[in-house]
Write a protein that binds this ligand. Structure first.
Ligand code: FAD
Ligand code: FES
Ligand code: FES
Length: 1363
């Protein structure tokens, strides 16, 4: 069975699918040809004589040219980290065209005669930064910086084409870029300053009363995080010039080109005849234009195409012609070209002629990102024959004509249901190619719409996509012709033929609608086990989308016929919004924080919004990440061999084929381990390399080491492992049934539950499942190990949050003392908990390989491997019984948590404990009992993720409070407020709440959000709209700060003062984008009383500060900041005599005097959090040093027919104490919030019933994109809330705001409640997290849903299960 949802990413076997093709070495196309690839990179001419057809531009840039500014985030065109600009001279247009493209998909051979510009080519810190680089850095739009070069290049390419873009252009330019840290707001805000319609805070900067300069009325609060007057203006005349040689070459006649590689030959024929000759000779040869399909197949599906033909320069394939009936496009025209031509055509043609053209433009709006559309061809889309192609249903419903050609001649085919005979097949013969497509104009009385429904609006593949075409008898509403074409409903794009046939001759009215829906529900069926899952949703969509079409046509028809004096019934006013296309305004945002007190020394940077110290380097590509370290001469590459079964006994491993593959040096197994194979975090319950048993898909069994990464990866895929399969436990439900739990079972209890339930007026029970989450740090796990050759010494460069744990576990596997191992961490490209413990899965194996081979070994995981192997946030099931009064006051709560821990304990116990510590969120429940179970399953071990179980714990709390409100018929906010804690109250774990600021945050949030006004407007909106509903919610959060494992609450630091006065600071924390090093420098600057520019941090390393705790639990600036402060105090005391002796002297004078006096100018510092310690047995002691608080109010709008939602508004008031750096803290608030938006509304990890992860990349796993940020987004840091428990009265901020995104989830639930009320459904209902489009649609129960009843559970094997 094929996967209709996303066939391109299904990875089931490791078999190489080879075509019946000749050996490339023997291919001779019989003509003389150029074998030199000529192109320019950043103005430098490159002539490559050994171009490798399988090599991408990204690999070429990074490994051959050493240009590591361009990053690898996914290798599948889904993240934009690899964006570069490609410029070509177009002789027909006589101008240079610049395009942003994904270097990870662009074959290096496709670059002949082009100029490539990378992030290094536009500016550098050493010379001059480009305004695009400067602005993203200065507006705090770069945190970890891994996405930054790609975002810079998308913006740069836009500005090269349009120096004065509109805001819409800017939003659109970023459709293909992802950022996991910033929450996007600062990036959009900063780049809006280039927009012609930027408005305030656009290009005006300090002039004209820019909003960024406004002081809040109460004084002391400011909303300016940067100073736009510092921005360098954009000067398009200063850009790198296009190499004149390329303009000259472009005017010359095309020449045939050929490049032979190890396995593949690449041929670029010069004309159509040559192409057809070649296709006749090699009928199985692949035509490659954008490589956005073939590239994915070769990389992820292990396909091998020995002959590739590149037709992009052949004029007949790139032609655009306006014909009598429509517009003809050569098959190699890119989607960007298609878009541009259609845009200008709709302006020139009569409106009735452009129905299809508009529909295509609408599909293109949601088709991939700009980088993909810039290279992907129309022909490539059609010929891929994907069942979820966005264009095929439109072309089919419109009846487009396709011209195909071979050496034998031409033929014209109608694009109909015969065109795709079966999955991924077209009606073309092997020797034929697609030459062109003619898109017809529409005529009077003809109406056309296209719809695409996906998980995420931007850059996502379709769940269901369709084209709908109706032609009426002249001046009537009688259907003459109807064509409904759907993608996502079968292995090919299909026509709803039966439905259409039955409706011919019918009037376009309610009766037709009813019958059409009923017919569609019968014709558009799906097997309950259909690949892609979401069976009920997909079936419902076929009807819901037709309903939208019906209304759209009814409106247009009524309008058109009215002009001719024929009156038809128009659409009901409350139905009109169902016909509106998805549209979202450019976000408007504000951030407010407390200014530093008047009189604070200018040089004292504490409390000021200074820029992330690495931001400029990140924006220019100069910041070095683990895989950017230059390659060592004798370095080897490692690829992991992992289990393909979730539970099994290894019978044998056959590595013969792998070992004979080119470049392979060794295959490592458990037998190669000199030390201990046991590893793990809390307990050693894992193996470095599987020994006999595998307990999850992705379990590491061995590793191949080879001379190149490509060789290692290819060979790793050919290792065959034979298993005796055992029954896996995959879901929480299965674990509960089998009582498969890790010990201990945790419990917290306060009050008397029995009494509580007795006292309560009402009792209700409920459940909520909260899905897991992939970290999706943009930089995948990476390790480089260098054996030092003496005494078992080894140096490791690792992208990890836990340098010490890496050191310990590497020492353990190698059987050497820890003092031989040095682990160094410069920075990470994001981590979010994902590199706290799971990074050692890779680093231990890489160290083992380096140890065995006595040579440097490196491995950076590919995105799919990283997602498969390293686990993520724990899925949770919460079951509750809640007793409450009719007023909404909750009296008693019994709650049980089950988390899916996976195949090892890892950090699950601490995560479960944190869920329990947060089970009541901010509500005072007199009688409460929470119990938690860790489910032992055959999934990759789940692990730390920002919030560490806290969000799941609180999410369950918000579910029961929501149920209570519904049961009482009260607004949820009233019930929440009624139950809120007050100052001094006791938590269930008997900790007093001191300096409790929730009520202040609550009140301030309601005012800032204009909550009451919004609520009234929402009620009015909901009365006026049947198929769109709005909802609102206010959610508080309280997050306990400290590691709950007490011993981790310690930190060390080392500070050196050099004789020139400069200071080098080292501490135990790692920099992953959260701005820790920046804050530490701010602390050291104040402590030493010197400017921050004199202080430097190079890296984190186990040989400078030992025994460090992981950088986690939001406490790193608290702990390391205090350790640094203590070290600085020691130094200040040592310098004091010299300062006293020479009060007029400078810092340098005192340092020099001290040095000459033989004073130690190096000091270490240490800090441990006082008064911590909690005992679960006695329910006594303090688990937390203090709490961080916040409140968010969000408003959303849902489309009841599709399940789409728009985040209209969010206001957050967050208590971060006295902020050390408001720019960084607001960045953390916004970034965490958006990650929470992903968790609660978007991100879905799909597992098969056999425990295979199906979502292994950005293609199928959707994190929030630029357009997901609230249209109105306000963040305010609570004023006058100093926290005496942490450094300079600050508070932890990394994790606490994440849960505030639950306000979006509960706003959605509020909107669904309004939709359900239309169907007469009231009272509590279950909504699991995430509130995906599918869940929203299905929860809005209506007549269409009833037409597609779900298959009966237990009667089929689903494609994916809820784990
Ligand atoms: C990140 C990403 C997002 C995407 N999003 C979408 C999306 O939203 N909607 C969607 O529909 N698709 C999407 N796709 C799929 C893909 O981009 C499109 O199908 C694209 O149009 C393919 O064009 P190409 O030029 O890159 O094809 P290539 O990879 O170059 O070729 C694809 C296939 O077409 C054949 N071919 C190409 N031209 C001809 C010709 N003239 N004659 C005969 N055969 C030919 C090739 O041999 C090959 O088999 C996405 C892909 C990626 C990587
Ligand atoms: S690495 Fe190229 S798009 Fe992700
Ligand atoms: S800053 Fe964008 S991914 Fe980290």
């Amino acid at each position: 069975m094929v996967n209709c949802l996303n066939p391109q990413y299904m990875i089931s076997t490791y078999t190489v699918i080879k075509q019946e093709m000749p050996d490339p070495a023997n291919i001779d196309i019989g003509v003389s040809m150029e074998g030199e690839l000529l192109f320019f990179v950043n103005g430098k001419k490159i002539v490559e004589r050994n171009a490798e057809p399988e090599m991408t531009l990204l690999t070429y840039l990074r490994t051959k040219l050493g240009l590591t500014g361009t990053k690898l985030g996914c290798a599948e065109g889904g993240c934009g980290a690899c964006t570069v600009m490609i410029s070509r001279f177009n002789p027909h247009l006589n101008r240079i065209l610049h395009h942003a493209v994904n270097a990870c998909l662009a074959p290096v051979c496709s670059l002949h005669h082009s100029a490539v510009t990378t992030v290094e080519g536009i500016g550098s810190v050493a010379t001059q930064v480009h305004p695009v680089q400067e602005r993203i850095a200065k507006v705090h739009g770069s945190q970890c910086g891994f996405c930054t070069p790609g975002i810079v290049m998308s913006m740069y390419a836009l500005l090269r084409n349009r120096p004065q873009p509109s805001k819409l252009d800017i939003e659109e330019a970023f459709q293909g870029n992802l950022c996991r840290c910033t929450g996007y707001r600062p990036i959009l805000e900063g780049y809006k300053t280039f927009a012609i319609d930027g408005g305030c805070c656009g290009r005006k900067g300090k002039e004209n009363d820019c909003c960024m300069n406004r002081e809040a009325k109460d004084g002391g609060s400011v909303s300016q995080l940067y100073d736009p007057s510092e921005f360098k203006p954009l000067d398009p005349t200063q850009e790198v010039i296009f190499p004149p040689e390329l303009s000259r070459l472009a005017k010359q006649e095309n020449k045939k080109l050929q490049f032979k590689g190890e396995r593949v030959v690449w041929i670029q024929p010069s004309c159509l005849t040559e192409l057809l000759d070649l296709k006749a000779k090699y009928p199985e040869a692949k035509l490659v234009v954008g490589n956005t399909e073939v590239g994915i197949e070769m990389k992820f599906k292990n396909m091998l195409y020995p002959v590739i033909l590149a037709p992009a320069v052949i004029p007949e394939l790139t032609v655009v012609q306006h014909t009598r009936n429509g517009i003809l496009f050569g098959a190699a025209c890119t989607l960007t070209q298609l878009e541009e031509v259609l845009r200008s055509s709709v302006d020139d043609l009569l409106p009735y002629q452009t129905e299809v053209l508009h529909a295509i433009l609408e599909q293109l709006r949601w088709f991939a990102g700009r980088q993909i559309r810039n290279v992907a061809a129309i022909g490539g889309n059609i010929m891929t024959a994907s069942p979820i192609s966005d264009l095929s249903p439109v072309f089919m419903a419109a009846g487009c004509k396709l011209t195909v050609v071979s050496k034998g001649g031409k033929r014209v085919l109608q694009m109909d249901d015969q065109f795709f005979p079966r999955y991924r097949k077209t009606a073309l013969k092997p020797e034929e190619i697609l030459l062109s497509i003619e898109i017809p104009y529409t005529r009077k009385g003809q109406y056309f719409s296209a719809f695409k429904q996906s998980l995420r609006r931007e850059d996502d593949i379709a769940i269901v996509t369709c084209g709908m075409n109706v032609i009426f008898e002249e001046e009537t509403n009688t259907v003459r012709h109807l064509q409904l074409s759907y993608g996502g409903m079968a292995p090919t794009t299909i026509l709803a033929k039966e439905t259409c046939k039955m409706l011919i001759g019918r009037k376009w009215n309610e009766n037709l609608l009813e019958e059409a829906c009923s017919l569609l529900s019968k014709e558009m069926t799906l097997d309950p086990s259909a690949p892609g899952g979401s069976v009920t949703y997909r079936r419902t969509l076929t009807i819901s989308l037709f309903f939208k079409f019906f209304l759209t046509v009814q409106r247009k028809l009524a309008g058109d016929l009215k002009g001719q004096g024929i009156i038809l019934e128009d659409v009901r006013p409350d139905y009109v919004s169902a016909t509106e296309l998805f549209h979202k305004e450019f976000p408007s945002c504000s951030q407010v924080y407390q200014a530093v007190p008047p009189g604070q020394n200018e040089e004292d940077v504490v409390g000021r919004p200074i820029m992330h110290l690495s931001a400029l380097k990140q924006a220019t590509g100069e910041a070095v990440y683990c895989d950017d370290i230059p390659h060592y001469k004798n370095e080897l590459f490692l690829a992991l061999v992992t289990s393909t079964t979730a539970h099994g006994q290894i019978l044998s491993i056959d590595s013969e084929e792998a070992m004979s593959s080119p470049g392979v040096v060794t295959f490592l197994t458990a037998k190669d381990i000199p030390g201990s194979n046991l590893t793990g975090h809390a307990v050693y319950d894992e193996t470095v390399l599987a020994d006999g048993m595998v307990t999850c898909v992705g379990h590491i069994v061995g590793a191949i080491v080879a001379d190149t990464q490509a060789h290692a990866q290819r060979a790793a895929k050919s290792v065959k492992i034979f298993y005796k399969e055992l029954k896996p436990i995959v879901t929480i439900q299965e674990a509960i049934e089998c009582k498969s739990f890790y010990q201990p079972v945790r419990s917290i209890k306060k009050g008397n539950l029995k009494e509580g339930f007795k006292e309560a007026d009402l009792i209700l029970e409920g459940e909520i499942h909260i899905g897991g989450q992939e970290h999706f740090y943009l930089e995948a796990n990476c390790s480089l190990a260098l054996p030092r050759g003496e005494d078992g010494e080894m140096e490791l460069f690792v992208s990890t949050q836990s340098a010490t744990k890496t050191q310990q576990l590497v020492a353990k596997v190698l059987g050497v003392p820890a003092n031989r191992i040095v682990c160094r961490v410069k920075r990470m490209g994001g981590s979010f908990g994902g590199k706290e413990s799971r990074s050692t899965l890779l680093s231990t194996v890489v160290a083992l390989a380096a140890h065995k081979l006595k040579t440097p070994v490196r491995c950076m995981l590919d995105r799919d491997e990283d997602m498969l192997i390293t686990g993520g946030r724990h899925p949770f099931l919460g079951r509750y019984k809640v007793g409450f009064m009719k007023t909404g006051k909750v009296i008693a709560l019994e709650v049980t948590y089950y988390c899916n821990a996976g195949n090892s304990t890892d950090l699950s116990l601490s995560i479960l404990e944190r869920a329990l510590f947060h089970m009541e969120n901010c509500y005072n429940i007199p009688h409460i009992h929470g119990t938690g179970y860790m489910c032992r399953t055959n999934l990759p071990s789940n692990t730390a993720f920002r919030g560490f179980g806290g969000p799941q714990g609180m999410m369950v709390a918000e579910s029961w409070i929501c149920d209570v409100a519904m049961a009482c018929g009260l607004p949820a906010e009233e019930v929440r407020k009624l139950n809120l804690y007050e100052e001094g109250d006791l938590t269930p774990f008997n900790q007093h709440l001191e300096q409790f600021t929730i009520s202040r945050c609550w009140e301030e949030c309601l005012v800032l959000a204009k909550y009451h006004c919004r609520r009234t407007q929402i009620e009015q909106f909901n009365r006026q709209h049947r198929w769109k509903k709005r909802g609102i919610s206010v959610i508080p959060t309280k997050f306990g700060i400290s590691f709950t494992a007490i011993f981790l609450n310690q930190a060390g630091a080392l500070v050196h003062i050099y004789t020139d006065g400069s200071v080098l600071v080292t501490h135990g924390g790692t920099e992953m984008g959260q701005g820790l090093h920046t804050k530490i420098v701010q602390v050291a600057s104040r402590a030493l009383g010197i400017p921050d520019s004199m202080i430097h941090i190079t890296e984190t390393s186990t040989n400078t500060v030992p025994n460090t705790s992981p950088t986690a639990a939001s406490v790193s600036s608290d702990l390391n900041g205090m350790a640094i402060y203590n070290a600085c105090q020691t130094l200040i005391q040592r310098l004091e005599p010299y300062r006293t002796k020479n009060p007029q002297g400078t810092w340098k004078d005192w340092v020099t005097a001290a040095y000459l006096d033989r004073v130690n100018l190096s000091a270490n510092g240490f800090y441990k959090t006082p008064d911590l310690g909690y005992n679960f047995e006695t329910n006594q002691g303090r688990p937390f040093n203090y709490f961080s608080y916040g409140v968010a109010c969000s408003e959303v709008e849902i489309d009841c027919l599709t399940g789409d939602h728009k985040n209209l508004h969010t206001t957050i008031v967050m208590d971060v104490g006295k902020s050390l750096n408001p720019a960084i803290d607001i960045g953390q608030v916004e970034g965490a919030f958006m990650q929470g938006v992903g968790l609660f509304t978007l991100e879905e990890l799909r597992y098969s019933p056999q425990g295979i992860l199906l979502t292994r990349g950005p293609g199928m796993y959707k994190i929030p994109a630029f357009s997901d940020i609230p249209t109105e987004f306000k963040v305010s840091l609570l004023r006058d809330a100093p926290n005496e428990k942490a450094i300079f009265s600050s508070k932890a901020v990394g994790e606490p705001p994440l849960f505030l995104a639950a306000s979006v989830f509960y706003a959605i639930k509020d909107a669904i409640t309004a939709a359900r009320a239309e169907s007469g459904l009231n009272g509590p209902f279950r909504l699991d997290s995430p509130a995906s489009a599918e869940r929203i649609r299905v929860a809005c129960e209506d007549k269409f849903i009833k037409m597609c009843p779900p298959p009966e559970a237990g009667t089929f094997r689903p494609w994916a299960v809820q784990v």
